[in-house]
Design a protein around this ligand. Structure first.
Ligand code: ATP
Ligand code: MG
Length: 261
């Protein structure tokens, strides 16, 4: 990994480190060129959110953990950006909640599928699904529809970080509970999700894992109460308001950037 060159004291250290990981992902054949563009879009939204996890996103991450723990067959979908940014973290999440990892690419090539699966194995994954591609998500054209019959096709709960809008819609039309991580609260992907998480994947995944650990002893009834209390519309609205209000919003009064008298 190219976690070099940027001193930790740099005010935007995390953001620059993330960018370097995506660059390395492209060089290693893990991340697509479109992934670079997605990264740029994500950075812009993260900047506007203050590069922090909003309370509404933290709540959504707890709900995601509850869904994953309740699931009959949870699957964590991994694309090129996710593999480049949080390989250790997705392996850990999958282990803690007992989920499958499945490589699932918008721009599917055998080479990139294999590179990502190997990368995840290098980071501790035992089994990586997605290479069989022996089932289809209805409603999508051939290349974008491929999933594993014993993976996403069979799943009841799917975590799809940075998914494109069409596929997010097609998955939720199949009746699967879809958890989406996307920094853009106006994205169609976020809008179709049962649980939209408006947060950076680098913060979201470890935080879902932390919540899952915290909820490990919770009863199904407790987990269901967490799931049923969630309002996806309200979560999206909270994120959009945080972006629109910016410095003049309530956040200015609490984060110490602005003094008021
Ligand atoms: P729509 O969902 O409206 O159809 P799209 O799917 O065409 O939009 P993409 O560029 O494919 O848009 O989606 C990439 C999304 O991933 C963007 O919304 C971007 O904000 C988000 N994103 C990029 N990097 C990250 C990250 N590190 N963490 C979370 N979200 C990210
Ligand atoms: Mg999208």
């Amino acid at each position: 990994m190219t976690d070099v060159e940027v001193p930790e004291s740099h005010p935007r250290y995390d953001s620059l480190r993330t960018r370097h990981r995506i660059e390395a992902g492209v060089e290693n054949g893990i991340t697509s060129k479109q992934g670079l563009i997605a990264e740029g879009r994500g950075e812009a939204f993260d900047y506007l959110l203050g590069e922090r996890t909003l309370p509404s996103a933290d709540a959504a991450e707890r709900v995601a953990a509850a869904h994953l723990l309740l699931a009959r067959h949870p699957v964590v979908s991994v694309n090129g950006n996710v593999a480049a940014l949080v390989p250790d973290e997705v392996v850990e999440l999958a282990t803690v909640v007992g989920a499958d990892l499945e490589v699932n690419l918008f721009n599917r090539t055998d080479e990139r599928m294999r590179a990502i699966a190997n990368h995840l194995r290098d980071h501790g994954a035992e089994e990586v699904k997605g290479l069989a591609g022996d089932a289809r998500i209805p409603g999508l054209d051939h290349a974008r529809a491929a999933v594993d019959a014993d993976g996403i096709a069979d799943a009841d709960v799917v975590l799809v970080p940075l998914e494109d809008g069409d596929r997010a819609e097609a998955l939720s039309a199949l009746g699967k509970t879809e958890i989406v991580v996307d920094l853009n609260p106006l994205s169609r992907s976020a809008e179709t999700a049962a649980v939209p998480i408006v947060d950076n994947i680098v913060r979201a995944v470890p935080n879902i894992t932390a919540h899952a650990r915290d909820l490990a002893e919770a009863s199904p009834a407790e987990l269901e109460a967490i799931v049923n209390g969630f309002d996806p519309e309200a979560a999206l609205r909270a994120a959009e308001m945080a972006i629109r209000e910016g410095r003049s919003g309530p956040r200015a009064a609490t984060d110490g950037h602005a003094k008021h008298d």
